[in-house]
Design a protein around this ligand. Structure first.
Ligand SMILES: [Zn+2]
Length: 207
């Protein structure tokens, strides 16, 4: 049995491209974009990945029932324990309650439920943070630098990839592979929701 990991850089809405990467144990990457939940789900049913690593928040702070400002659960705050761990590590991110992140979080949670319901393993990843930890330039430094960093990690088949979202999907799949191989860091409270990160660290010392 060969390993197959699916990385998804999820867009907040179904009419925008979500970057997708299928990665095998030799680090061959197949990269493209999809739009709707249905397209994503049929890809999963067709390819049956061992791990599906999604770049989107897949949970909300413990004690909250929603992300609405008008709900009384608002007093449970804006951050999850995994988000606080990112803060401590000085890794920049957008909290789940911030404007456009709400839609993304809702879509991520909905997809996770559907995919898990079909018996697949789903993890939350954060490619920007993973890139920080692996010493790979984030996309704001330029797409060529990000691609170069991923090529240096040994990923094959991405020399023609020109989309940031697709390269973040590649990074997501790479973290999914680390999870599959039991070589990862899990941030946060499992009761609430974890972010899976690389264990290896070029940029930070995690003691
Ligand atoms: Zn609520």
């Amino acid at each position: 049995m060969s390993m197959k990991i699916l990385g998804i850089d999820l867009a907040g809405v179904e009419n925008r491209d979500s970057g997708v990467c299928l990665l095998d144990e030799e680090l061959n990457a197949e990269v493209f974009s999809l739009k709707s939940d249905d397209e994503i789900i049929s890809l999963i049913m067709k390819t049956r990945p061992d791990v599906i690593a999604i770049d989107a928040p897949l949970s909300i702070p413990l004690g909250r029932c929603c992300l609405r400002d008008k709900c009384s659960c608002k007093n449970k705050g804006h951050l999850r324990e995994c988000d606080r761990a990112l803060l401590k590590m000085k890794i920049k991110f957008f909290p789940v309650t911030l404007g456009p992140m709400r839609k993304l979080t809702e879509r991520g949670m909905r997809l996770k439920e559907i995919i898990e319901g079909k018996g697949f393993k789903v993890i939350e990843v954060y490619p920007g943070g993973a890139q920080d930890m692996l010493g790979i330039p984030r996309k704001k430094k330029g797409i060529d630098e990000l691609r170069k960093g991923l090529l240096k990690m040994g990923i094959k088949g991405i020399s023609k990839v020109k989309s940031h979202d697709e390269l973040d999907a590649v990074t997501s799949a790479l973290v999914g592979k680390m999870f599959f191989e039991d070589d990862y860091l899990a941030l946060g409270n499992p009761e609430e929701g974890l972010i899976i990160m690389p264990k290896r660290s070029n940029a930070w010392s995690l003691t």
